[in-house]
Write a protein that binds this ligand. Sequence first.
Ligand code: GDP
Length: 608
Amino acid sequence: MSKIRIHALAKDLNVDSKRMLEILHEMGVDAKTASSTIDEETAELVKGLIADEAKQAAAPAVKETAKPETTKKGKAAAAEPVVVAAPEPVVAKIIPLRPPVVTIMGHVDHGKTSLLDYIRKTKVAEKEAGGITQHVGAFEAITSGGKVVFIDTPGHEAFTSIRARGASVADIAVIVIAASESLRPQTREAIAHAKAANVPIIVAINKIDLPNANVDKVMTDLMQVELVPESFGGDTIAVPISARTGEGIDKLLENILLLAELEELRADPEGVFKGVIIEAKVDKQAGVLATVLVQEGTLEVSDFVVVDELYGKIRAMTDGFGERINSATPGTAVQILGFSETPVAGELVARAKNEHEAREIIETTKQARVDAATAKAAAKRLQSQSAAMSLEQLLGRPGEVLVEKRVVTLVVRADTQGSLEALNGILARENNDEVSVNILLAGIGAPTEGDVLLASTAEGAKIMCFSVTASGSVKKMADLKKVEIKTYRIIYELIEDVQKMIRGTIEPVFEERLIGKAEVRMIIKVPKAGGNIAGSYVLEGKLMRNGKAKVIRAKKEIWKGTIAGLKRFKDDVREVMQGFECGINLNGFDEFEPGDLIEVSEVIEVTA
Ligand code: GDP
C-alpha cells in the first residue's frame, strides 16, 4: 500500500498541516510531523472527516427571527426595523515564517565540522570586503530558497545539554554519516538523541568523493535504526554529499528548507520575547558575552534580559560579523554584552522593560520552582497511595481497577551485540497494556556523558549497564545530573530490577527537610522595597534563597511561605551559613518581631 505524506494531503484538501496533524492525533494516529506519512486507508478516513467538517461549516446558521412582540391589546406591534450591526471584520494576524534552526550531529570524523565550514564559507553573505565571520555559536546561511540558522557546535552532547535545561533549540537535526564507514556507535547515539527530542531528522551521507564510498549500504543500514529512506518507500530524507567538494550540499540545504516549510515554523517579532542561551563566555576585556538565539519577539539594545536568577541590561548587541546591531528578530543569534555573571547554555531568556520587571520575573521563577517541587512531592505521595489502593482493590474486586500506564525509561548499555540483543528482547516482553519500557538508547560499550545527558532529559530515566562500567567522569556527571547508573554482571538481576521499577517498589520518595534556622535580631525598615527585612543570625545549618520558610513565634508557626531574598550587607546572596548575619526578605510576610525564628527547608528526593 502506498504511503501519503501528511503535508501533501493537507495541501490537496486545502487545510492547514497543523490542523491535519490534530485530526490525525484525535484519530489516534501517531504522526509526529507534517513530513510523516500515513497509509491510503487512513488518508481516506481523514478526507471523510474533513469533508464533514467543511459541510458543517458551510451549513447556513439558523437565524433567530425576531418575533413581533404582542402588545397588551393583543395586536402585534409594528415591527421596528432591526438594525443589525455589521460584524466587526476579523483580522487574522498573520504570524510570519521564521528560518529553521539546524543542528549537525553524527559519529566523530564523519565530517560534521567540515560540513559546517563548507556552508559557512560558501553561504554566509559577506557584509563588507574581507568581512570575517566570528564564532558566536550559530550562523545564518543564505540560500536562494531562504535563510537557515546553523548551530555551529556540532555533536549530540551540546544538543542534549541544551535540551536537558528545558530548551528546545533545533527544528531539524542533520545526521552526518560517512559513506565510507556507514553507521557507527555515535551515529546511533545521535539518532537516539534526535528521536528522544522529537526533532525531525535529515541524513547527510558524506564523503561520497571517496573511492570506497558506499551510499547504498548506508541507505540499507538506516533501516536498522528505523529510518527508512524515501528511495525505499519511507519518509527519511537522505542526501549524498561531499563536504570536501561541495557536491550535494545545495540539495541538502534545499531539503532542509523544504522540511522547514512543511513544519510551518512561525514566530511573531511583535510577540512576547522568548530566547535561549546558545553559549556564553567571559572575555578578558569585554566581560561576559552571551549568545542568545531569538525564538519569539524582538530584542533591543537597552532591554533587560533575565536568565534564571540573573539579569542584565543589554549594553551592546553584535551579529555574527562582530557588527553592532540595535535589534534582533526571531531566528537571529546575537551576542549580547550586559550580564554580570555567565549564564549557562540552554537556559531560557526572558525580556523585561526595566529593572523592576526583571526582578519580578525572577521572583515568579523562584516561586514556580518551589511550587513545582511541592506539587511533585504531593503527586508522588498520591501515586504511591493510589498504587497501594489499587493493589487492595485488585485482590478484592478484580476487573474493576483502572491502573494508569506506567512508563519506565532506560538507557541500556552492554558489552557485546549478543548480550544487548538478549536484553532488548527480554525487556520488550515487559511491555503490556499497563507498562511500557521506553528504551532511549541501547548501545554497546561503557556509558558516556552523552548517555547521562540523554537520561537526564526524561523523568526518572536510569542507565542500566550489563558487564560494562562507567568511568569516573561519567559517574561524576551522573551524580551532578542526579541520574542513577546501575551495573550488573548477571542479566536476570538487571531484569529483576527493571521489574521492580515497573511495580513501583523502588519509587523515589520526596521529603521536606529542615536545612537551617535563623533568629530575628532586628527589624530593618525598607519602604522602597515595600516592607521590612528581618536582620537575622543563622543559628543552625544554612539558609537558601529558594528555600521554603516558616516563621515561629513563641513555639507556634505563624506564617509559611518562601524566601524572597537574602542579603549580606548590600549584596544579594544565594545562601548564608551558620554563624553569619543576614537580611531575610519573605514573600508576603514582614511583621517580624525580634526573637522570631525562621526555619528554612527544601524538598528533596530520598530513595526508598
Ligand atoms: P567531525 O569529527 O565529524 O567534525 O569530522 P571533520 O569534519 O573533522 O572531518 C574528519 C575528517 O574527514 C577530516 O580529515 C576531513 O577533512 C575529512 N572529511 C570531511 N568531509 C569529507 C568529505 O566529504 N570527503 C573527504 N574525502 N573527506 C572529508
